[in-house]
Design a protein around this ligand. Structure first.
Ligand SMILES: Cc1ncc(COP(=O)(O)O)c(C=O)c1O
Length: 362
């Protein structure tokens, strides 16, 4: 990508990207509800708000077919999250965005290196922004970055939180403002994180390949197990998972006499003696959280979510049925970073054994 701008966190990179693509007071951003809050909660600091769209229950990413009816004249951006490493179906989202003049900011925090139809995620939307904090599959300590092919967006992101570089900007609107960050933020990456990140990047493709082999081995072992489905693209699609951050599996309780996912995970944990434990669900749903429904963060006399909105766009329980079913329909799995088939098989066996004996747990 022609433009890359490092940030001190992924949250900062996404906020800068949203401002850079034009999100302002009263605007709306569409994203998914089951994700880490750093995918979209920054919109409040821009005076904007978020509208959640349904998720695809198989990919755990935005369902493109649910987006268009949520677009209003205030919608400025869509934030697809390549959640738990899985690429979002980007082509229809880009098509909708182009048709409505809306920008797309990909959140790549979970999926560095994943491919969608042969393209790296993060290079498809108008901006790709991500966390590379420690614990992510590409990790630098604490940090994030954005990539874009659009010089205008890049320069705006620089102007927002990178005051020391603003003297080099070409945009005549931004040039005279050089020397102070427009956002009032100082977002540059810590020098040590930058140094660590550069080294990490060199070996990332090789490490990713090992993770791919290990995780695919785990799921290949579980193929055909009742109640369990791999969270990964079909091989025929050519899409890949990248580094499998926050790896999850899909749970289908209807195939296990309705066994709750928490009970399933409890039994799996009893089988695993390594100390590693799995649990049902993933990130808490944002649309049901008090910060999105009640908190008046800036003293506007009403919840920040609707402080500058033209209607009450909060989404109560029951408003996103597919998304709301997901905490019962997925579970965490071990994140294998080494290809050690015998060990991986032991874990897979625990997941299989519990599923195949589910009736004893009722
Ligand atoms: C999906 C997602 N988006 C955004 C962020 C925010 O990144 P950071 O924690 O680096 O601010 C994270 C990470 O932690 C994340 O998991």
């Amino acid at each position: 990508m022609p433009h890359v701008l490092c940030h001190n966190t992924g949250t900062a990179a996404i906020q800068a990207a949203l401002w850079a693509v034009g999100v302002r007071r009263g605007d709306e951003v569409i994203s998914q509800s089951m994700t880490y809050w750093g995918s979209s909660l920054q919109v409040f600091s821009l005076g904007a708000t978020v509208v959640f769209s349904e998720m695809d229950p198989n990919t755990l990413t935005l369902d493109p077919s649910d987006i268009e009816h949520r677009i209003t004249e205030r919608t400025k951006a869509i934030v697809p999250v390549h959640y738990c490493g899985h690429p979002t179906d980007m082509d229809p989202i880009m098509e909708i965005a182009e048709r409505h003049g809306v920008k797309v900011v990909e959140d790549v925090s979970h999926a560095q290196g994943a491919l969608y139809k042969g393209r790296l995620v993060g290079t498809i939307g108008h901006v790709g922004a991500m966390s590379i904090m420690s614990g992510k599959s590409l990790a630098c300590g604490e940090g994030g970055f954005l990539v874009t092919g659009d010089q205008e967006i890049y320069e705006r992101a620089v102007a927002w939180g990178h005051y020391s570089r603003t003297g080099k900007l070409e945009n005549p609107d931004l040039k005279p403002l050089a020397g102070m960050p427009l956002g009032g933020y100082k977002y540059r990456m810590h020098q040590l994180s930058s140094a660590v990140g550069r080294v990490q990047l060199k070996g990332y493709r090789e490490r990713m390949t090992v993770i791919q082999d290990a995780m695919n081995h785990f799921w290949d072992r579980l193929e055909g197990t009742p109640g369990l489905r791999a969270h990964r693209p079909l091989v025929a699609s050519g899409d890949t998972m990248g580094g499998w951050y926050a790896a999850h599996g899909l749970y289908r309780p209807e195939e296990l006499d309705g066994l709750p996912v928490s009970r399933y995970c409890e039994a799996v944990n009893a089988e695993i003696t390594s100390g590693f434990s799995v649990r049902g669900g993933a990130n808490p749903l944002m649309h049901l959280h008090a910060v999105l429904n009640e908190a008046d963060i800036y003293g506007d006399g009403k919840p920040t979510r609707i402080a500058f909105a033209d209607r009450d766009l909060r989404q109560p329980q029951g408003s996103l049925p597919v998304t709301e079913s997901l905490p019962e329909r997925c579970f965490s799995i071990p994140w294998f970073k080494h290809y050690r088939p015998e060990q991986i098989d032991q874990y897979a066996e625990a997941f299989r054994k519990v599923a195949e004996n589910a009736e004893q747990l009722q």
